[in-house]
Design a protein around this ligand. Structure first.
Ligand code: XMP
Length: 512
């Protein structure tokens, strides 16, 4: 396996991502944990030093243990990792003075290097730089293989020892051919690219059994991809020691509760508590129209309800969560400064402490697409794995203004027709998320010979990579027209359909 020593770069996880895409198993460990003993035990086949926000010139800046250079394995240093390596091996690093580079730069090659094979497709390659300090003298044994206007040592290597150092970030999107570098590096390190989800599944099952022992685990199952995959994986590891709690807050889509209960209880034979708490949630939400108030009510009730059911499970010591790798990384990021709450997101954070539970998070090392691959490996149906994200507060945030059962019913029907249209036209997988919002206005229409006075709704469909930014999906007019007609004909209570063409920012994906 490959070891990534994390010096705190915001993009360290992308290194892991690039390597996983090459089917190479790697682990990220913070530099503090990487001691001589750790290295001996981990026995990496190759090591990558990540970038980081510190300056190697500072006395207490993070470093790897010196024994890493004696392992006899290939090492790749990136940005801060390059500087740490140069300094550690006898080179020299200096502070900025006009040599800082942030953003796009172009590297030109100097001679042949296996690491760069197939990389320089033209006489220069675009790379992404982000450094204040720079290497002023390379370490003995190193030679220069690439330069940029502000980085005379953009790419250096000591080929005899298999040490490589680059000033830029090959893992980011703005280094378009960066993946090639990683591909060459892992090949040179002797990886054959045989790490698969099948292998991960076996490892994860072992690890869950070891952690949990003979104790009981509870899992909040939302029916979303992450919690579903986590539940199925844990169930495979410990069977009936797992109990899932599915909270039905009355804000689910058409047929959703039945689908989840049937699949997990009947198909997977899991112990599943179907907590039908519609009355409670809809009761508390009655008359509320402020978006944040609605979110807070739902968030609080969710925790109360979950706790109530969990307390009934004797001997529960663990809470399973479908936490993903990006959540883990995000929560330790360096983004200082105040940030504004746009929406208070719904999660069950804080629950484990409150209930004195330990966590089991078997997806902590995976990216979303890997979770989907694992789901497929575990036999979850493709239609389930490829589902669009659905927010914790459910339809509440797609029903601006006061929530009523009547409105929710109309919304559910309209949404079902819309999604059916999208599936029928083969567009579902091209769209990141699609749904209907029911608007808090009624408008006048004419159907047959009669006047109607019914709700208007808005269709939403966006493309996105991570939900942070989004663009509206460019449906054809034919599609929109046909969908509007179907909704108005098939869904009593709606007589007007609009299409929301706001991007994010300035809009958000959901309406509240
Ligand atoms: P917004 O509306 O903020 O949504 O652009 C971005 C993505 O996050 C989802 N979302 C949530 N997911 N709990 C969740 O689990 C929430 O409270 C929540 N609010 C929004 C939204 O569906 C979109 O995918």
């Amino acid at each position: 396996k490959l070891l990534i020593i994390d010096f705190g770069s915001q993009v360290t996880q992308l290194i892991a991502r690039r390597l996983r895409e090459l089917n190479v198993y790697c682990e990220i460990h913070p530099y503090q944990n990487v001691t001589d003993a750790f290295l001996a035990e981990f026995a990496p086949k190759a090591v990558i030093f990540s970038g980081g926000p510190c300056s190697v010139i500072d006395k207490d800046s993070p470093r790897p243990p010196e024994s890493v250079y004696d392992l006899g394995v290939p090492i790749l240093g990136i940005c801060y990792g390059q500087q740490v390596m140069m300094q550690g091996l006898g080179g020299h690093v200096e502070r900025g003075h006009g040599t800082a580079e942030f953003g796009r730069a172009f590297v030109v090659p100097h001679g042949q290097l296996e690491l760069l094979e197939g990389w320089f497709l033209t006489d220069k390659e675009q790379v992404w730089m982000s450094h204040g300090d720079h290497v002023s003298k390379i370490a003995p044994g190193f030679e220069v293989y690439g330069t940029s206007p502000n980085a005379p040592f953009a790419i250096t290597a000591d080929v005899s020892r298999n040490f490589y150092a680059v000033q830029f970030h090959p893992e980011v999107h703005h280094t378009p051919n960066g993946a090639k570098l990683y591909e060459n590096f892992v090949r040179m390190a002797g990886f054959s690219g045989d790490w698969t989800m099948g292998a991960y599944r076996e490892q994860a099952i072992e690890a869950i059994r070891e952690t949990v022992g003979d104790k009981q685990v509870i899992c909040g199952l939302s029916g979303g991809v992450d919690s579903s995959v986590a539940a199925v994986l844990i169930h495979e590891a410990i069977g009936d020691q797992l109990t899932c709690v599915f909270v039905d807050h009355g804000l689910l889509r058409k047929g959703e509760a039945e689908e989840v209960v049937t699949m997990f209880r009947d198909h997977y034979n899991m112990k599943l508590i179907h907590a039908d708490e519609q009355e409670l949630f809809l009761g508390e939400l009655d008359g509320q129209s402020d978006p944040e108030t609605k979110r807070k009510i739902i968030g609080k009730l969710f925790i109360d309800v979950f706790q109530k059911y969990a307390n009934e499970i004797e001997g529960a010591e663990f809470l399973a969560q479908g936490t993903l790798y990006p959540d883990v990384i995000e929560s330790v990021s360096f983004s200082g400064g105040p940030s504004v709450t746009i929406k208070s997101h719904h999660n069950v954070g804080g629950l484990p402490e409150k209930m004195g539970l330990k966590l089991v998070e078997p997806l902590r090392e995976l990216f979303k697409d890997e979770v989907r691959a694992l789901g497929a490996e575990l036999g979850l149906p493709p239609s389930f794995i490829g589902r669009h994200p659905f927010p914790g507060p459910g339809l509440a945030i797609r029903c601006p203004g006061e929530i009523t059962r009547a409105k929710l019913d109309i919304l559910r029907e309209a949404d079902a027709v819309y999604i059916d249209q999208i599936r029928k036209h083969g567009l579902y997988d091209d769209i990141w998320q699609a749904f209907v919002a029911i608007l808090p206005v009624r408008t006048v229409g004419v159907m047959g010979d009669g006047r109607t006075y019914d709700y208007a709704c808005a269709l939403r469909a966006v493309t996105s990579v991570d939900g942070m930014t989004a663009d509206y999906y460019p449906f054809t007019h034919e599609f929109l027209g046909e969908t509007a007609t179907r909704i108005i004909n098939e869904v009593p209570g709606i007589n007007r359909v609009t299409y929301d063409i706001t991007s994010k920012p300035p809009g958000t994906i959901e309406w509240e």
